[in-house]
Design a protein around this ligand. Sequence first.
Ligand SMILES: NC(=O)c1ccc[n+]([C@@H]2O[C@H](COP(=O)([O-])OP(=O)(O)OC[C@H]3O[C@@H](n4cnc5c(N)ncnc54)[C@H](OP(=O)(O)O)[C@@H]3O)[C@@H](O)[C@H]2O)c1
Length: 468
Amino acid sequence: MTTQCDIAIIGMAVMGQNLALNIARKGFAVAVFNRTGEKTQQFITERVADEPIVPTYTLAELAGVLRKPRRIMLMVKAGQAVDEFITAILPHLEPGDLLIDGGNSFFRDTERRIALAENHQLLFLGTGVSGGEYGALHGPSIMPGGHREGYLLVQEILEKAAAQVEDGPCCAYLGPGGSGHFVKMVHNGIEYAIMQAIAEVYDLMRRLYALPTDMIQRFFEEWKESEIASYLVEITARILAVKDPHTQKPLVEVILDAAEQKGTGKWTSQVAFDLGVPTPIINQAVIARSFSFFKEIRTQLAPHHSEISPLPFTSHEAQCLKNSLLFAMVMAFSEGFALLKAASQESGYTLHLPEIARIWKGGCILRTALLSRLQRALTENAPLLFASAEFLSEVKTILPQVRETVHKAANWGIPLPVLGSALTSFDSWTSAVLPANLLQAQRDFFGAHTYRRIDQEGVFHTNWEECS
Ligand SMILES: NC(=O)c1ccc[n+]([C@@H]2O[C@H](COP(=O)([O-])OP(=O)(O)OC[C@H]3O[C@@H](n4cnc5c(N)ncnc54)[C@H](OP(=O)(O)O)[C@@H]3O)[C@@H](O)[C@H]2O)c1
């Protein structure tokens, strides 16, 4: 058994176990630790064969088996657990050691922890990891931010553990401060939006066109080889094929329509509001989950006599739905990258946007055939991604089909929070005229907030009570 481990992983839940195995299989010796020691023992007994993985049961023991400078990665529940571990491990560390938080921490918490690390002359990386359990084991997308010197200490390990694509490992140093966790947060916001867009297309297929699940499944199966090929479309095709052993129905049909959320989508919206960046698509994806949760009220308020008579479904409707999904995906990425750009300017993250698209191409929950095109589009420096030469003419071509889809859904009372807001977002960005002139007049009426004119410089106020 080695006593000079290259890296430690704290947190032996799904992500930590799989990442430890992945790193060990790349030839690095990994020390592992978990708050509840039995889980470490169980991991060693059940999953470790001849990988160089060293179990430890106290933080002193963990610090003792590591090569210096020590490299310690936390894969624990975001929030208090991270702070508790940092506090507990500090006495065992020396200046120059590196802490990596690989969980879904809020980027502002990461910034606070970086300051704490600096007070102790430690290095700190806040690192997003995407790919779930499978990605952690076989190669995730890794998004590190924080101290660049810290990245250099783990570059080889992280880049070998990451998924590999034609243009390199899906891991790159992203920038200082909480940039890694910021990027992961926005990644999760986009993920919410694309998942919801897929769910809306499924909903239209089953409710507006009354397609049986096996037929819906065949469309997703076909689309997984198309221009919208993506991990999320692929898992949807797989999910729709699974039968419930109790009822023999498709399993998806017996799953309650009330979605959970851990909060990363909500953070994205909150931060976007703070930065003044419109993210209606992500916002609506978060809200859609909130609506889903009110199952009882929805059931109570659902009209009893509103059975939809199924509409005809031909290759035209199939094309409309696929293109609506493509449109929503492009608009969701466009929104996410606009937020990344704004945050990079505001916080000095120096994010290289095409590089972010590149490291999402493999291992990542967001991986899609579109990402190579997004990479190219992001080098164009268009005001928004959807308005790049790479996408704009295609977006304009499919737009009538998106309008048709949203229109039909509205006619029949089927909510399309994401597809609908993707369209509204496009229409807002491409409207030279918006009715904000009236808003300004209203604000000036009740609050003397003043307004600007289209024909004169300066700020004006009208005594509306007297004039009206
Ligand atoms: N699951 C995914 O697909 C996924 C994907 C990307 C990122 N992430 C992020 O990666 C991190 C790990 O995720 P996970 O799903 O593997 O595990 P998790 O369920 O988020 O967390 C479980 C781990 O955290 C430890 N823990 C919880 N509360 C603690 C506390 N108060 N003090 C000390 N330790 C505590 C647990 O220790 P005990 O065993 O002692 O309870 C266990 O090791 C999270 O931040 C998660 O958001 C998860």
